[in-house]
Design a protein. Structure first.
Length: 554
């Protein structure tokens, strides 16, 4: 089948279903709610949706522990309703991609339940090992809770779980498991789905023998499964399925670098993935994990941005994002709640006008912010279990641990989307599964922002429109300026004789911006600004807090 590259012109919107919109009043987001908001997404300019898991799940990790890959969870609807959403999205010119979570299943999946029996073929679908006396098979740690091995009383063995104890890792080395994965992919592609986001896909190949790992807190053993020995073989096999459809696939890959990413996404024969989600730019205010915070460094962020732009240009395609379901809201991290609208717009310009396919996370287009809940438990984040232990190892006090876990929790991004200023922000007529951020009463809601021409929402809408109408914003070559600045991120895009200069302040302090050599700002058109007046000379201007402007030159 001849494949197109429509995904390069797409702007994708991530829906985390449980918190998007509740259509039946039970307090949990569902496909009826999604159906009711398709016109909203179309009006925003979205032409691709990425659904976080909708499948049947006990929700130990909010849907990422799957008990049935072929059926939609009753929490969200059913397969018939999903097909209706899929068809209605396609009618609006909106593609749909699904989350493919195949590093692990739920321990309530039929394969695992049957596989407890050593004589069952499903036993070899997972990594089962005998203990070493009364010790674990090796010293690997889980990223979510405790050690990576859990003892099963029924068969007297241990099973591997890199994440929750209720998320046993699949043994991808078993060809029967890979066959199951391919059948799952075909099932949804045949229904009409347009691709997949593959969850921690670079963890799916484990080192033979599962040897002991280097004892790093929460990452012990990772050197034996990150970019494992057979990962490229497995992804090439999956690609054979994908190549029969006009679809795209983006892989999620912790600890990924541009050089390593090219092994997966370089556009040449044997290409395995179309794009890669990495985490490097999410570490500008932390060390490896969000909970190990440090002061935000714009210079570090810029270095990562430019490295990926320059390393991939002309060779591979970038996946651009600043928010998703696994991180707190970006305004609280890299922006300013005090200058919420200004910093939200500056952050939007800074990443969405780079070369690549932009992803917008639900509520990001409204400038949603973190929530302040009384207790860590209120955030309903299983990741906090191990994070607390890690912070303890680093000598944090109990009070400081509580503070860090609350501000770094993934729950901050999982509060219900704020649709209007009615009860529960219009998310549900029932009791929401998680508290709604009270900021919806302060104008941070879709209804208010749609009506305000200067809102964060309308900035995103204009930005998406500009990107779709101007190839320079999609395909232009990237070059960074002002590299030493601690306040400004400045870059140009050039394409077919046109130029675009993107200027973004990440500071509440004034900074003197001097136009790069060859630029006369008075001859450019200023667009996508976040202040009503934009005084300028030919050579530059002094920025206001979190100011952003884009100059286009024909």
């Amino acid at each position: 089948m001849k494949k197109t590259q429509w995904y390069k012109d797409a702007v994708c919107y991530q829906i985390w279903p449980r918190s998007f919109c509740d259509g039946n009043g039970d307090g949990i987001g569902d496909l009826e709610g999604v159906l009711s908001k398709l016109d909203y997404l179309q009006d925003l300019g979205i032409n691709c949706i990425w659904f976080s898991p909708l499948y049947c799940s006990p929700n130990a990790d909010m849907g990422y522990d799957i008990s049935d890959y072929r059926n939609i969870s009753p929490d969200h609807g059913d397969n018939e309703l999903f097909k209706k959403v899929l068809d209605e999205a396609h009618k609006r010119g909106i593609k749909v991609i699904m989350d493919l979570v195949v590093n692990h299943t739920s321990d309530e999946h039929e394969w695992f339940v049957k596989g407890i029996d050593k004589n069952s073929k499903y036993h070899d679908y997972y990594h089962w090992r005998d203990g070493k006396g009364n010790k674990n098979p090796n010293n690997w740690s889980s990223l979510f809770e405790g050690k990576a091995w859990e003892y099963n009383k029924e068969n007297g063995q241990y099973y591997l779980h890199l994440f929750s104890k209720k998320q046993p890792d699949l043994k991808m080395e078993n060809p029967e498991v890979r066959k199951e994965v391919k059948e799952i992919m075909k099932y949804w592609l045949d229904m009409g789905v347009d691709g997949f986001r593959e969850d921690v896909i670079t963890f799916t190949s484990k080192r033979d023998g599962l040897p002991n790992g280097f004892p790093i807190p929460q990452a012990c053993g990772m050197e034996h499964y990150k970019d494992g020995p057979r990962i490229h073989e497995f992804l090439s096999e999956f690609r054979e399925v994908l190549d029969d459809y006009d679809c795209f696939v983006v892989g999620e890959a912790p600890l990924m670098t541009p050089k390593n990413a090219l092994k997966y996404i370089e556009e040449k024969p044997g290409q395995e993935l179309d794009m890669m989600f990495h985490f490097q730019h999410m570490e500008a205010d932390c060390i490896f994990m969000d909970c190990l915070n440090k002061p935000f460094s714009l210079k570090q962020l810029k270095k990562v941005f430019s490295n990926w732009q320059e390393s991939l240009y002309g060779k591979a395609w970038n996946a651009l994002y600043m928010e998703n379901h696994d991180h707190p809201r970006i305004i609280n991290r890299y922006g300013s709640v005090e200058y919420r609208e200004e910093s939200a717009k500056s952050i939007a310009n800074s990443y969405m006008l780079q070369c690549g396919t932009p992803f917008v996370y639900q509520g990001q287009e409204l400038g949603m912010i973190n929530i302040d809940l009384p207790n860590v438990e209120d955030y309903q984040d299983i990741f906090a279990v191990n994070n607390a232990k890690t912070l303890k190892l680093f000598g944090f006090s109990d009070a400081k641990i509580e503070e860090r876990l609350k501000t770094s929790s993934r729950g901050n991004a999982r509060t219900p989307v704020q649709w209007d200023d009615t009860d529960n922000a219009g998310f549900t007529t029932g009791t929401p599964w998680m508290p709604v951020n009270p900021s919806y009463k302060d104008g941070i809601n879709a209804k208010a922002e749609i009506a305000d021409p200067n809102s964060v929402y309308n900035h995103y809408k204009a930005l998406i429109k500009f990107r779709k109408e101007n190839p320079i914003a999609v395909y232009g070559k990237y070059k960074e300026y002002c590299k030493s600045s601690k306040e400004l991120y400045v870059y140009e895009r050039t394409y077919e004789g046109k130029k675009m200069l993107v200027i973004c302040s990440y500071s509440d302090k004034a900074a003197d911006f001097k136009a790069p050599a060859g630029y006369d700002l008075s001859k450019g058109k200023a667009i996508l600004c976040n202040y009503e007046t934009n005084p300028v000379s030919a050579n530059g201007f002094t920025t206001r807090p979190y100011e952003t402007r884009v100059y286009v030159f024909d």
